[in-house]
Design a protein around this ligand. Structure first.
Ligand code: AMP
Ligand code: MG
Length: 493
């Protein structure tokens, strides 16, 4: 295939392509073209993701941009492909999976992979149709940008396009395509794939590629007697621990933490049945298909460790010594709790660690769990209470007022040396006013299905800067309506 642009190919101003993952060769991927969708239309676009990509914003809004990011016309300089991976799903080895509906356009010179999710079948589609439905595409688009707004590592989303082409799930729905961006879409499952097939040469080539591109410091680490693969595993463990700490602190439930949904860069990836907690229930299960609660909110940190153990097993042929591989996972057990405490301290407005912080944090979480108090509203009202010196609104969240008063007194004592305004400023900068609650997404989805995309745009604007007040948008920061608890979100997407 020629690298020269076909005359019919679109030139995307600002985008320059460079070989990246694709240079690994055909053992890792299959080249193919996206399958067009009829009469596409815009559903949403992220200006900030466009800037990240260096893409000309007016082109992004053009008909050419619409065609390109629906997969209807090739972009000059790209050679699209789908990658192969395997994975453990719900704790069970699932064998080969792969990009069944995500097609990579390529890698930019700026180091971002650009992927179309829902762009048609690939050799890895198995029984699937290669499509994504409008509903889950809007959720992925908004949540990618929301997580970024919250400061949580994530794949990004440039845009969503829709089409009236029918897609069969439980019901008939319509198709959509999300354009996703990340420095790498490599998953734990990519490593598991080559390890399970005893293809050590490819396993090494993949690890070398990821280390050279994304973890170059592992080449020079003096950890593990200079074993770069062990240093790599340790670095991935630490990034994963930091990610999980952020998920737990913000109340984010991923819902499908299979090893093929775990990013080697420690990014949040593959938004499916995710949920931001409404009432604080540590055992909350957001995925309707997860009947056993394997991926319940409070299980996430342990599941991540279990997944890292699978990655360690896959890397064993490169690391060479089982004890070294196990040792490389050890730091997860210290990094997760210390990162989690740091994140929670920030929510409490505390700049420095002190004895008793853990009790203060656990005390708050215990109170919240007792009455399933709304997680996001609690932290925001608490921040406001410190700012205004009026505990009324946050205290009103509890039936156990005495319990709250006692906890408030211990928080007040802990921060006594610092001006309240300074603590409050810190708290308001770490406790978001807006998160993508299920019912907010649902309302935007229902409007979009009727071709009104203003709800998607409004939510995007709020979620891009979730710590700002956004006066006039109180309805997006309120309690979920009763019907929110009846929304059932499953793996079907
Ligand atoms: P997920 O649960 O979305 O992470 O997907 C798990 C696996 O199923 C991945 O290999 C996906 O590419 C594949 N998959 C999910 N939905 C589809 C679909 N509609 N068509 C083809 N493959 C799919
Ligand atoms: Mg997946």
């Amino acid at each position: 295939m020629s690298m020269l642009a076909d005359e019919a190919d679109l030139v995307a101003p600002g985008l320059r392509w460079a070989p990246g993952f694709s240079a690994l060769g055909p053992a890792f991927l299959t080249e193919l073209q996206p399958r067009p969708l009829p009469e596409p239309y815009w559903v949403g676009r992220s200006g900030s993701a466009a800037r990240l990509l260096g893409l000309d914003d007016s082109w992004l809004q053009s008909d050419e941009g619409l065609a390109a990011f629906t997969g209807n016309l090739p972009i000059a300089g790209t050679r699209p492909y789908a990658t192969v991976y395997s994975g453990h799903q719900f704790g069970v080895w699932a064998g080969q999976l792969g990009d069944g509906r995500a097609i990579m356009l390529g890698e930019t010179a700026g180091g971002l992979e650009v992927q179309l999710k829902g762009a048609g079948p690939t050799p890895y589609s198995r029984m699937g149709d290669g499509r994504a439905v409008l509903r889950s595409s809007i959720r992925e688009f908004l949540c990618s940008e929301a997580m970024h707004g919250l400061g949580i590592p994530t794949t990004r989303a440039l845009c969503v396009t829709g089409s009236d082409a029918r897609v069969r799930r439980e019901e008939l729905e319509t198709a959509a395509v999300v354009t996703r961006l990340a420095p790498s879409f490599v998953r734990f499952g990519h490593f598991e794939h080559f390890a399970a097939n005893q293809r050590d040469g490819e396993l090494r080539a993949l690890a070398d590629h990821v280390i050279d591109r994304h973890y170059p410091e592992c080449r020079h680490s003096d950890r593990f007697d200079g074993n770069a693969y062990a240093a790599f595993l340790e670095a991935v463990s630490e990034r994963t621990a930091a990610l999980l700490a952020r998920w737990q602190a913000v109340g984010f439930c991923h819902g499908v933490m299979n090893t093929d949904n775990m990013s080697i860069l420690g990014l949040t990836i593959d938004y499916g049945p995710f949920q931001f907690l409404d009432g604080f229930d540590p055992r909350h299960i957001c995925n309707h298909s997860d009947t056993a609660g394997r991926y319940a909110f409070n299980q996430q940190p342990n599941v991540a460790y279990w997944n890292l153990f699978c990655l360690a097993q896959a890397l064993l042929p490169l690391i060479g010594d089982q004890q070294v591989a196990v040792a490389a996972l050890e730091s997860y057990k210290t990094v997760f709790p210390s990162e989690f405490e740091d994140r929670m301290r920030a929510k409490l407005g505390l700049a420095e660690a002190a004895d008793g912080d853990r009790q203060l944090i656990e005390g708050a979480l215990r109170l919240l769990a007792q009455e399933k108090v709304d997680y996001t509203i609690f932290w925001r009202r608490l921040s406001q209470a410190v700012a205004d010196g009026d505990t009324g609104p946050v205290r009103d969240l509890f039936i156990d007022r005495a319990g709250f008063d006692a906890w408030w007194a211990s928080h007040a004592a802990r921060r006594a040396g610092t001006p309240a305004a300074e603590t409050a400023r810190r708290m308001l900068g770490h406790n978001p006013k807006f998160v993508l609650r299920n019912h907010l997404g649902q309302q935007a989805i229902e409007a979009a299905a009727a071709r009104d995309f203003s709800g998607v745009a409004t939510l995007l604007a709020l979620l891009e800067s979730p710590f700002d007040e956004h006066a006039g948008h109180e309805e997006f920061a309120g309690f979920p309506p009763d019907w929110a608890s009846t929304i059932e979100i499953s793996c079907s997407s």
